[in-house]
Ligand binder design. Structure first.
Ligand SMILES: Cc1cc2nc3c(=O)[nH]c(=O)nc-3n(C[C@H](O)[C@H](O)[C@H](O)COP(=O)(O)O)c2cc1C
Length: 339
């Protein structure tokens, strides 16, 4: 139903409007007994796995950015995902970049976005989780910094977010890899990275129940940068890495160059990202050994893509763009088909 009816309708609208409409349609359908029953897929239909001290009902997750403010996690959870990564949230609410800032490239099964961490602030996410969290699904909190916070003070933003969400999420993803917040990716350099992760881990380990902390990385890093990251992730005893965020590359696209140029800056996701993300996951798995967890994300558009990501070394996989193009059917297919 999604591919033949809903997707053409949604794709006829501007991308950001379509996103809100799709989420509202999901909520309404889930509240309608018959439709809700048809659309619901029990996450336990997949094979459960225990990782980082958490029990995942299956290995498929929703990637960060889709439900930044936790407005629809209750409904998304009923589609079958074994875990949802909410955020990126920042300490203060912020508007994000001017619209339009979200673009589809149907010829490439891809998206370009420069949302810029539009979110209602970390406190709102916490309140929504406090009201609506149920057990059975793993919830990750993806944390970032406000645009106006200089990089030298970024550590305070990450700490604030972690402190507020600590009692209510199961794991954290530290996001320093979005291309849409000016200079954010510089925080992935050795010294700032070490400083921020070490402060976060110090706070985390002082809590009664420390949470697994993962670092989300860009796909555009050099081998040298990846080596530095692995060194710090191991030293600071993080639980693992989320690989990868969107790319700033535009190579190999079928969409006309003129259209790509007219869209301008932003991160590219979807099918054209798959090879790059797979490569990063493969490299990290070789370097990090088998202990650390890798969440593989980038260009998973089919069961075959998810299986490739698993073979490259990912313990868990996440979707964003694949969900936009293929809808809830893909979630169902992956939940049942993986393993
Ligand atoms: C519109 C949009 C918004 C996103 N927002 C975030 C975000 O806030 N935080 C984050 O860590 N990743 C964000 N991402 C990146 C995704 O979580 C994911 O890493 C990336 O899109 C690659 O996966 P995909 O090819 O399945 O989309 C966003 C992606 C898209 C398309």
């Amino acid at each position: 139903m999604y591919r033949s009816f809903l997707r053409p309708l949604l794709f006829s609208l501007p991308a950001e409007k379509a996103h809100h409409l799709a989420v509202n349609a999901l909520k309404m359908s889930m509240k309608t007994p018959l439709l809700g029953a048809i659309m619901t897929c029990d996450p336990k239909r997949g094979k459960s796995v225990e990782l980082m001290g958490l029990k995942f009902p299956n290995r498929l997750g929703l990637a960060a950015g889709f439900d930044k403010d936790g407005k629809s996690f209750k409904y998304l959870g009923r589609l079958g995902f074994g875990f949802l990564e909410l955020g990126t949230v920042t300490p203060l609410p912020q508007e994000g970049n001017p619209k339009p800032r979200l673009f589809r490239l149907p010829a490439d099964k891809a998206i370009i976005n420069r949302m810029g961490f539009n979110n209602e602030g970390v406190q709102k996410l916490r309140s929504r989780l406090e009201k609506g969290r149920t057990s059975g699904i793993v919830i990750g909190g993806n944390i970032g910094k406000n645009k106006d916070t200089p990089n030298e003070e970024a550590v305070n933003d990450y700490l604030k977010c972690m402190k507020i969400l600590h009692p209510i999420v199961d794991y954290f993803t530290v996001n320093m890899s979005s291309p849409n917040t000016p200079n954010l990716r510089e925080l992935q350099d050795k010294e700032p990275l070490r400083k921020i992760l070490s402060s976060l881990m110090q706070f985390n380990l002082s809590q009664t129940t420390p949470r697994p902390v993962l670092l989300k990385i860009a796909p555009d890093l050099s081998t040298h940068q990846l080596d530095d990251i692995v060194e710090i992730v191991l030293q600071e005893k993080l639980a693992g890495v989320v690989a990868t965020n969107t790319t700033i590359s535009r190579s190999g696209l079928k969409t006309a160059t003129r259209k790509i140029e007219s869209i301008g800056a932003g991160g590219l996701s979807g099918a054209p990202l798959a090879a790059q993300s797979l490569h990063v996951v493969e490299y990290l798995r070789k370097k990090m050994g088998s202990e650390l967890v890798i969440i593989g994300v980038g260009g998973i558009m089919s069961l075959e893509d998810a299986e490739k990501m698993r073979s490259a070394g990912a313990d868990l996989v996440q979707l964003y763009t694949g969900f936009v193009y293929e809808g809830p059917g893909l979630v169902r297919e992956l939940v049942r088909g993986m393993e």
